[in-house]
Design a protein around this ligand. Structure first.
Ligand SMILES: *[C@@H]1O[C@H](CO)[C@@H](O)[C@H](O)[C@H]1NC(C)=O
Ligand SMILES: *[C@@H]1O[C@H](CO)[C@@H](O)[C@H](O)[C@H]1NC(C)=O
Ligand SMILES: *[C@@H]1O[C@H](CO)[C@@H](O)[C@H](O)[C@H]1NC(C)=O
Length: 333
């Protein structure tokens, strides 16, 4: 049995105090996962599935991806790469598309902070990369948060929520990005969702400009009363705790978010269930493949064609830079 010596009482008092201090500072979080290098293979599973958004993509399993070097991990420094096939001219008329990868975290998350330290994101005409969180088994009831998403190298990142009917965002919010549709309802306007468009330059939030700047950090904070997303470019004024990727972060020091989704008229715990993190790279499909958008982004010919003369099928070398490179993903709770 433990007798309460003065030292133990002191330790008890100190730990009670630190619990009180921690819960008073809503913005401070302790790291629960550091995912880096080959650690991605433990934290994520590869999903060799069909693309629900009709992309020209062949998602391969982990063994196939490793054999073809579509995924690669190294240490000192930690790197984790996910890429699309950039050597095969597609000629199989019955085939589904260019080989690529889609990974999903084994763990699920409700309230949390996730910091994505991204050195490179996929670029190229026809590409549609995404870093996002959802509960696939209960979509759209369980909601979806798109943290990084865009198509055809077109300008700026879009941060978007997709939900069941009944979740809307106020027009006026404290955020640096530009809000689009205010209803998050997947049933409206072809599942446009309630999106916030980030800057395309200063800072470069997406595609070739993001990569030229060495990438940067995307961070998500999900609480019961709001969802925030921040972005800092590699050489910008990034908060020290984000850059360090250490044992704790305090979001109260992170400044105005790029995208803010308050619970003013959206009960967050009701519309968002426990989510997996998903990272995927598809081609063309429901968004990137819309000819108006594809051509409007200055992309050549057509994204896909039935006879396999479309850009994605015929031009493997155009996808040399269609890869994600992560330094780390850190999760805090
Ligand atoms: C890829 O990511 C986007 C998320 O923005 C999603 O809508 C789409 O369904 C994903 N594709 C696949 C095959 O998961
Ligand atoms: C696999 O990809 C990595 C990362 O891009 C690269 O450094 C490595 O040389 C590649 N390995 C082979 C065998 O091509
Ligand atoms: C917003 O969040 C706060 C704090 O969790 C809660 O008290 C309030 O009821 C929420 N409002 C709505 C509309 O969900």
């Amino acid at each position: 049995m433990l007798t309460p010596t003065p030292t133990r009482l002191l330790l008890l008092a100190a730990s009670t105090l630190s619990t009180l201090v921690t819960s008073a500072l809503a913005g401070s979080y302790a790291r629960t996962e550091h995912i880096a290098g080959a650690g991605f293979y433990n934290a994520f599973e590869f999903q060799a599935i069909g693309d629900p958004t009709h992309g020209r993509v062949n998602y391969v399993d982990q063994a196939t991806a490793q054999r073809a070097n579509l995924t690669f991990a190294s240490s000192s420094p930690d790197k984790f790469v996910l890429r699309a096939d950039a050597t095969t001219v597609l000629s199989d008329a019955g085939g589904v598309g260019r080989s690529s990868v889609r990974i999903r975290s084994r763990n699920t998350y409700t309230t949390h902070v996730a910091v994505f330290d991204v050195a490179h994101m996929p670029q190229g005409c026809g590409t549609w990369p995404a870093i996002w969180e959802t509960d696939e088994a209960s979509w759209p009831r369980g909601g979806e948060v798109d943290i990084v998403e865009g198509v055809n190298d077109d300008g700026a990142n879009a941060v978007t929520l997709h939900t069941a009917p009944g979740c809307t965002m106020p027009a006026q919010r404290t955020e640096t990005g530009t809000p689009g549709q205010l209803s998050c309802d997947t049933a409206l306007n072809g599942n446009a969702g309630c999106g916030v468009r980030l800057a395309s330059s200063s800072p470069a939030s997406y595609g070739p400009a993001f990569n030229a700047a060495g990438g940067g950090w995307y961070a998500l904070e999900r609480t019961d009363s709001f969802i925030n997303v921040w972005f800092w470019p590699r050489n910008g004024a990034v908060p020290a705790d984000v850059r360090a990727g250490g044992g704790s972060v305090d979001t109260a020091g992170w400044g105005v978010p790029a995208a803010n989704f308050p619970n003013t008229s959206c009960d967050i715990p009701r519309f968002f269930s426990a989510h997996n993190i998903i990272i995927n790279l598809t081609f063309c499909g429901d968004w990137a493949g819309q000819q108006g958008l594809y051509a409007g982004a200055g992309c050549p010919s057509t994204c896909i064609t039935d006879d396999r003369t479309g850009y994605v099928d015929a031009n493997p070398a155009a996808f040399r830079n269609a890869y994600f490179e992560f330094n780390a993903i850190n999760i805090y709770k």
